[in-house]
Design a protein around this ligand. Sequence first.
Ligand code: SF4
Length: 355
Amino acid sequence: MKTKEILVEVKSLRLNELQNYCVELGESAFRGKQVFNWIYENLAGDFDEMQNIPADLRTKLKTKAKLNSLKLISTQGSDSTQTIKYLFETADGNKIESVVIPEQNRKTLCLSTQVGCPLDCKFCATGLMGYTRNLTVSEIIDQYLQVSKAIHPDRITNIVYMGMGEPLLNYETTEKSLNILLKDLGNKIGRTRITVSTAGIPHNIVKLADSGLRVKLALSLHSPFEDVRNKIMPINIKYSLNENIEALKYYAKKTKTKIMFEYTMLKGINDREEDLIALKKLCSQLPTKVNIIPCNSIAHMVSGGFSAELEPTPLEKVREFAERLMTKDIFVMLRNTQGDDIAAACGQLAIQTKR
Ligand code: SF4
């Protein structure tokens, strides 16, 4: 019986792998670079669009490789900000979301790395969806390509791995996609404009530190206390804050970057005097910035259990907390909620039909 040939996914290949692949096909490595440019510079979605590639190579590619694209199902724009949410369908019928957040002269793309998320953070809609599977390199890269096409002639200036899923639980794929978007694209988007956000997977924080990528790293902190974190982020029971802080110190030292602490304000949970004192103490242990996030509306998704107790801290108190946290050594940002009206803000990405 003849076995079916597995097609090579071109968007999962790094530039050198694509060059080697062209050599395997009997062509020069230069052709690999040309194909790469067609995909990333000209945003080609089909081998036939690659006009300066010889016809016989295009034929070989069409029979032996694939240029899989996510299917764009819908886009939703925010009335109050210009945030746009893109809903995509994967080849096997799963739905994922990406978001573009415009700020001054920046366009930040928020990428998903998993279908759903296994971590069940109590303030997050994605966590409620449960976990289906990891995304492939091609599916992560294609979010970038599809959104680049959609916003053309504008271009993506910043990338955050902060959409659906925990990037460091899909480590190898995340690292490869970072290598493509950072190194293979020739620093078009520099390392200081790419942030990976994690709920805290210490051994993979160390791995990322050793990868040489030196991208920015954010920890979804949300409380300086282990017991509170255990409740709002159950992954803390497995990987404690203490272990994560040790890994983050290593990351900061190795990459010479500051760690971003993401801190979503939850009434009575992490906005108390003792939280402020403990957070200041934590910030003194390593080079950090703190991103204070007013909690987005979560009323629509909490039905029972501990999640039902979560309420946003009033905005006035959020501002006061941020001001009091700030010292000459602690840099604090107070983030505007972007895209709350289209459920595209932090913790709100979830596929409606699954909820
Ligand atoms: S906050 Fe992030 S890690 Fe936590 S459940 Fe949501 S997507 Fe997963």
